[in-house]
Each structure stands twice: as structure tokens, then as C-alpha cells.
Design a binder for this molecule. Structure first.
Ligand SMILES: [Zn+2]
Length: 365
């Protein structure tokens, strides 16, 4: 049932200050308040009034297309984002401005951050986890960063991700070395402990509620210190990063996710001209890929019709994009992990940019 289905009932009051916002209660009273008309279908939108706080709202208040001029774009854009289309290509295909795609891609990202957080709350502890740092860059190759990712190797379920800005390393020409020095002098150096911090937060989130967990990773020196000071017992199994990365490698499941991210996201293709301008947008798009990977895409392309979420027991079937976008999720009703709260508010700053626009809209959530 979507908000457009006749007979749909609002589950709670949409006003964050109302006592019937957080908790769904049979004591909550509201009444119908006629309709308003709009230009796109369905044209007649039912309205309601909360009898407790007096807030007026409509079925649209609970829709993922709330306050959008082009509600039809979202489901298609979802698949374009995980189908390796860059923002400008999607804008041309849809005949809209690139800024429209950018805004709607961010909104999809925010919805997926909430969608995944709710789903992760229903999943019990994962006994064995594989983690890795997916290396990419923002703005230019002088600003590399890791998306730290965690996967359940038994089902392929993509559990969580955080980010860590890095200092450019590896082979550089003399000119590149001078450029790096100049950039670091004006913008500062990334935190040398960023990988440890990003990995620590990742592991803290994915081990919540567990007493004992086995974590597989490569031999990155920042990982062992990231596993200290946790509330659960950890057995760390290290596979050298140089070992051949095929199906027989114990990190196979996370290597597969890395491959899927590179294959499905325009910004992370090798030698692309569609690289991410902001780490912020990259995290939003990764959240979309995560929800798609766990719920929509089959575990194996040529196998049975199962998804990681189905195998983990949090979905009863393979979901469609329409199922994912069925209903608006309220940030005010869902607690997010630290980094994800920053992603939601667009609070991740790209050092090379003078202005980092945040998400401060009230209605276009
Ligand atoms: Zn209310």
C-alpha cells in the first residue's frame, strides 16, 4: 500500500514537536480535511488535521516525492545511479537541469540512509564480518579517501560504510610533489588517524549487540588499533593485501563488493571523467547502491531469485525500487550513526571547496 492507495491511513503525526510523532499510538486522533489539487497525477490529494497539535498535512507529507515538482524522476534516477550513469548523462536522458539530478540524487541518498538504518536495526548480530577500505578520490587525485565498508560474507549483505580522507601517496612527479605541498600549505593535511577513526566507527556500528565477532581484513596497520576499546570480543583474521584476490581469498566477499561499486557507480570507474566532486555526494550514492545491493539486486545474477536482505531474513521477497520508495521516512524518528548523521545533513566538507552547501531545507526533506 502506498500513500496514493485509497483508504491509506497516516501512521503518526508528521510534526516532530507533537507527542504523537515518535510513538505510534491508538490514542492518536486526526480528522480528514478535504483535498487540495495539484498539476501532476494524482491531482486530488487528501488532507488531514492532527487533533492533538493542530498540524495540517496530506498524503503527500508521507510520500518520498513530498515537495517535488517532478515526482516521476525518482524511481528512474535510482536505477540510473546504480547503472553507472553520471549526473549529466541522467540530466540529458530526463531532459532536466543537472542541478535537479543532483538534488534528487541527494534526497535518494538520504532516504536510503534511513531505509538501511531501519533494516539494520532488525538484523541480529553478524558472527563474521569482512571489512575493507575502498579507495577513491574527491575533487582531484590530490584528495584521495576511503569508503570503509563492511560485508557479511555468508549472505553478501552490505552492512555499513564510513569515510576517511587520506593524504596523496604513491608515485608522483616533481611537479605533483610541489602541487601537493602547496595544497597542504593552504588547506591543511588530512587527519593521519582518519582511517583508524573511520574503521573504528564502522566496526562499532556493525558489532552492536554482539558478544563475539570474527573480523577479516587485509594487513592495513590502522585496523588493529581500530578494533580496541569495543564492547565485544574480536578475533581479527588478517589476509595480506598482496595475496591473489580471487574466490579462494578469504576477503573475496568484500572484493566482490568493491568490484560491484566500481562497476555500478560512474564516479568510481577507473580512468573516468565523472569522479566525485564531493565525498559527501559519494557517500549518498553509496547509500543508494547499498540499499539496491541488499534488497533489489539478486545475490547472484544467474542464481535463484534471492537478495542478501532475504537471506538475512529482513525481507520476505526481492524488493522493487517502488517498494523502497513506498513511503517517506522521517529523520526525526530514526537515530543515525555519527557519520551517517553528518551525511544526512550534508555536513562532510571537501577541503578544496570554498562553499560546501548543507542540507537545511524544512519541507523538501
Ligand atoms: Zn500532531
Amino acid at each position: 500500500m502506498t500513500t496514493n492507495t485509497p483508504g491509506w491511513q497516516p501512521p503518526h503525526c508528521p510534526n516532530p514537536d507533537c507527542q504523537f510523532h515518535q510513538h505510534v499510538s491508538p490514542a492518536w486522533r486526526y480528522k480528514r480535511k478535504g483535498y487540495f489539487t495539484r498539476r501532476c497525477a494524482p491531482k486530488r490529494i487528501p488532507r488531514f488535521t492532527c487533533l492533538h497539535c493542530g498540524r495540517n498535512f496530506s498524503t503527500q507529507t508521507f510520500s518520498t516525492s513530498y515537495w517535488l515538482k517532478r515526482p516521476d524522476l525518482m524511481p528512474r534516477l535510482f536505477l540510473q545511479l546504480v547503472g553507472s550513469m553520471c549526473n549529466r548523462q541522467a540530466a540529458r536522458a530526463e531532459r532536466v537541469a543537472p542541478s535537479t539530478i543532483q538534488r534528487q540524487a541527494s534526497r535518494l541518498g538520504r532516504h536510503c540512509l534511513l531505509f538501511h538504518t531501519l533494516q539494520l536495526q532488525q538484523i541480529g548480530p553478524t558472527p563474521e564480518i569482512v571489512v575493507d577500505g575502498f579507495e577513491t578520490f574527491e575533487w582531484s587525485q590530490f584528495h584521495p579517501f576511503h569508503h570503509n565498508v563492511a560485508v557479511d560474507p555468508a549472505t553478501g549483505y552490505f552492512l555499513h560504510h564510513t569515510d576517511s580522507p587520506l593524504r596523496r601517496k604513491g608515485r608522483m612527479t616533481e611537479q605533483q610533489k610541489r602541487r601537493r605541498a602547496a595544497l597542504e600549505a593552504s588547506l591543511g593535511r588530512p587527519d593521519p588517524k582518519a582511517v583508524r577513526k573511520g574503521m573504528a566507527e564502522l566496526i562499532e556500528v556493525v558489532t552492536r549487540g554482539a558478544d563475539k565477532v570474527t573480523i577479516r581484513s587485509d594487513d592495513h596497520p590502522a585496523y588493529p588499533p581500530a578494533m580496541k576499546r569495543l564492547n565485544c570480543e574480536i578475533e581479527h583474521r588478517i589476509t595480506p593485501g598482496k595475496q591473489h584476490r580471487d574466490q579462494h581469498n578469504s576477503l573475496w566477499e568484500v572484493n566482490l563488493l568493491d568490484l560491484l561499486i566500481r562497476h555500478s557507480t560512474a564516479a568510481h570507474k577507473r580512468q573516468t571523467i565523472a569522479w566525485a566532486k564531493r565525498r559527501q555526494s559519494s557517500a549518498e550514492k553509496l547509500a543508494v547502491l547499498q540499499v539496491w545491493r541488499n534488497n533489489v539486486k539478486r545475490r547472484w545474477e544467474n542464481g535463484a531469485a534471492v537478495t542478501p536482505a532475504l537471506l538475512r531474513g529482513v525481507a520476505d521477497r526481492v524488493l522493487t525500487v517502488r517498494d523502497i520508495l513506498k513511503e517517506r521516512l522521517f529523520r526525526t524518528r530514526i537515530e543515525l550513526p555519527e557519520s551517517w548523521s553528518r551525511y544526512y545533513e550534508r555536513g562532510v566538507e571537501t577541503a578544496a571547496l570554498a562553499v560546501n552547501r548543507r542540507h537545511g531545507l524544512t519541507y523538501a526533506f
